[in-house]
Design a protein around this ligand. Structure first.
Ligand code: JEK
Length: 226
């Protein structure tokens, strides 16, 4: 998979060298390129933003600069991802879909975001997704992209050889996961649940399902609404 990231803070993505992404790039599963948006600014001040039409606080990123940066990267086969607090929620399902793509381009905005015509323009010839990683406001798209990439890359066919646990994740989907335990059996007066030592695989399966249900009811009742 080819991944392009465009940002005015390209150094934020230096962390990708030391995490799982480093292994994915080293193993040639991933071809990652970071573009500094500032390199595509044309004025003497290399400015990338301007005041918002209609008034209001803050600045909006220029469609001209974004067009200069994205034109050499985006092709009809690309998926252009624009992180925004006003986007559709990025979920495990989104990650699964994007893990199948040939080419992802992430457009990281700052300030109050990017002139909306950039999304409109590239939507004419390519798939554009405006995505949010959650209902809180970040200062820009960069950290959202790190979150999305970590979720996407671990699902890529051939990554780190972990097909077992990945298929289990999709089985139990819709509920929170059951609690896990390891040795020692007794720790600070707390015991590992007896059923997990029983060797009764049907009883273990049933107990884990009950734990998942109870935990979902307590922590995420919204997941049980339907
Ligand atoms: C991309 C710029 C910052 C800050 C104005 C007014 C109410 C705020 C944009 N889950 C997520 N949260 N935040 C982002 C995200 C934030 C971004 C950019 C992604 C580019 N910013 C910013 C204030 C405002 N809004 C109405 C909300 C807009 C994100 C993701 N993904």
């Amino acid at each position: 998979m080819k991944i392009d990231i465009v940002s005015i803070f390209p150094d934020i993505f230096d962390v990708l060298d030391v995490s799982l992404m480093g292994k994915a790039t080293a193993s040639q599963l991933l071809d990652l390129s970071i573009t500094n948006l500032r390199d595509h600014a044309t004025g003497v001040h290399k400015s990338v933003d301007d005041t918002p039409y209609g008034g209001g606080a803050g600045m909006v990123m220029s469609p001209e600069v974004w067009g200069n940066a994205l034109d050499p990267l985006v092709t009809p086969g690309s998926v252009l991802i624009v992180p925004t607090p006003a986007g559709a929620l990025f979920t495990q399902e989104t990650a699964t879909e994007l893990a199948q793509a040939e080419h992802l381009v992430f457009a990281c905005g700052r300030y109050e975001g990017i002139d909306q015509r950039v999304v409109e323009h590239y939507s004419e010839d390519t798939t554009v997704m405006e995505l949010s990683v959650g209902d809180y406001v970040l200062n820009g798209g960069e950290v959202a992209v790190l979150v999305m990439l970590e979720a996407i890359v671990r699902l890529m066919p051939g990554f780190m050889g972990n097909p077992e646990s990945l298929s289990e994740e999709s089985h139990e989907s819709g509920l929170l996961e059951y609690p896990s335990f390891t040795k020692p059996r007794h720790w600070r007066g707390l015991d590992v649940p007896e059923v997990l030592l029983s060797g009764n695989h049907e009883a273990i399966r049933q107990w884990r399902h009950e734990q998942s249900l109870a935990r979902t009811k307590a922590m995420r009742p919204d997941l049980l609404a339907d």
